[in-house]
Design a protein around this ligand. Structure first.
Ligand code: NAD
Length: 383
């Protein structure tokens, strides 16, 4: 079990890379996206930014220092004298994080933040990705990104095979059962995983859903098949309902659960297709209903984090994540890189006692991009 001196005091110390707006000059800025069959809006080049300077010249981004993605404890007096102030303390808590298969995504960053705050970490890894994840862990491939603020390595007590699209063994079709990527693992339906965790550990305190899948995500909604749409909802929304339903009986009262959503649920993001925008809308609506039901049934809080764009493995499959990151950097109120660790820190807060009155909420961790009604780099602003 990873331990830290009882607190996760996240600081904005970003000593590793000097980062400036220049990093993006060779990348086209996006004022819209083009997807197969649908021309939405054209891509602009970075020169558009200078063309809008008269209107926005007072909003020039400053050169920024950003970290290499490692959450750091706040340096200074508090470190020497131990935790003080208002620390996030998850010592004695056990977390199950569904949707960790490498060290690039939000699930990994959340696991690290919870571990840094003292929680014990269990993860659920998608069956087809299990072998490579476990092998990489064993061989030390993730050791650099396992480093916690106190210098220790995040320990994952146990990795469970999981396919959150199936609730019970009876739901699994024959072709999946016999698929060679699944044949080597067992007990990976949601109900079975919850039973295994119960047998192994008895209870958990924190449940994190950090997974999504939309087989037709690159297709516009008008071109999405019924099968593709329902698959997106099944993997990305109902999977959360199912996980909470099966884990709730083993969650200690006062526990908390979070999922990850995206602004495409409430604003149109051309290119985020295949029913994924619908799936995120369902996830957010379910967050409110589940907060009521799990709150009443087990004193469990339920929230979702609407995260800004991150170049994770899943996001790269969508095909334009770098442009979305660039767009966010250019147009968000905070002109800085959004790190996975910032989402991890917000997650650690939300599942901690410090957030004891927050439930049923969509919490934005996106440098404020969701608040904007205008793309400040739009060429139209020069007119
Ligand atoms: P990721 O690749 O790290 O995580 C997605 C995970 O889902 C992977 O580990 C994958 O193996 C797993 N998965 C897919 N289908 C599964 C199934 N049937 N059963 C179990 N696991 C399954 O990518 P990420 O971007 O960090 O995604 C995590 C969450 O964050 C998702 O809900 C995603 O929609 C959300 N999110 C991502 C971004 C972004 O820009 N990356 C922005 C907002 C929200």
């Amino acid at each position: 079990m990873a331990t830290m001196a009882g607190s996760l005091q996240i600081a904005a110390t970003r000593p590793c890379i000097t980062y400036s707006r220049k990093m993006f000059t060779s990348v086209p800025t996006v004022s819209g996206l083009e997807t197969k069959g649908f021309t939405h809006v054209k891509l602009g080049s970075s020169s558009c930014i200078s063309s809008v300077q008269p209107l926005f010249q007072s909003f020039k981004p400053a050169a920024l220092n950003i970290s290499n993605g490692v959450t750091r404890a706040m340096a200074g007096e508090s470190e020497k004298s131990g935790p003080s102030g208002l620390p996030i303390d998850l010592r004695g808590k056990r977390a199950f994080i569904a949707g960790v298969a490498d060290d690039n995504g939000y699930g990994w960053a959340i696991a690290k933040a919870l571990a840094a705050a003292g929680a014990e970490i269990l993860v659920g890894t998608w069956v087809p990705a299990l072998n490579i994840f476990e092998t990489s862990l064993r061989r030390g491939k993730f050791d650099e990104s396992r480093v916690l603020p106190d210098g220790s390595l995040m320990e994952i007590t146990k990795v469970y095979a999981l396919d959150a699209v199936y609730d019970t063994p009876e739901d699994v079709p024959e072709d999946v059962k016999t698929n060679k990527r699944y044949a080597g693992s067992s007990n990976w339906t949601v109900k079975e995983v919850a039973e295994c965790v119960k047998n192994d550990f008895g209870t958990i305190d924190i449940l994190v859903h950090s997974l999504a899948n939309g087989p037709e995500v690159t297709k516009p909604l008008l071109e999405t098949s019924r099968k593709g749409y329902l698959a997106a909802i099944s993997a990305s929304s109902y999977s959360y309902v199912s996980l909470l339903k099966h884990f709730l009986p083993i969650m200690n009262p006062g526990g908390a659960s979070i999922s990850l959503t995206y602004i495409a649920s409430e604003r149109t993001i051309p290119g985020y297709g295949g029913g994924m925008s619908s799936a995120k809308a369902a996830l957010e609506s379910d967050t409110r209903v589940l907060a009521f039901e799990a709150g009443r049934a087990g004193k469990i809080r339920v929230n979702t984090i609407s995260a800004g764009p991150l170049g994770s493995r899943a996001a790269k499959a969508i095909g334009f994540i770098e442009k979305m990151i660039n767009y966010s950097y250019t147009n968000a109120p905070l002109q800085k890189e959004l790190t996975a660790d910032e989402v991890g820190s917000a997650a650690a807060f939300l599942v901690s006692p410090l957030a004891s009155a927050i439930t049923g909420s969509v919490v934005y961790v996106d440098n404020g991009l969701n608040t904007m009604g205008l793309a400040s780099d739009s060429p139209s602003l020069t007119l």
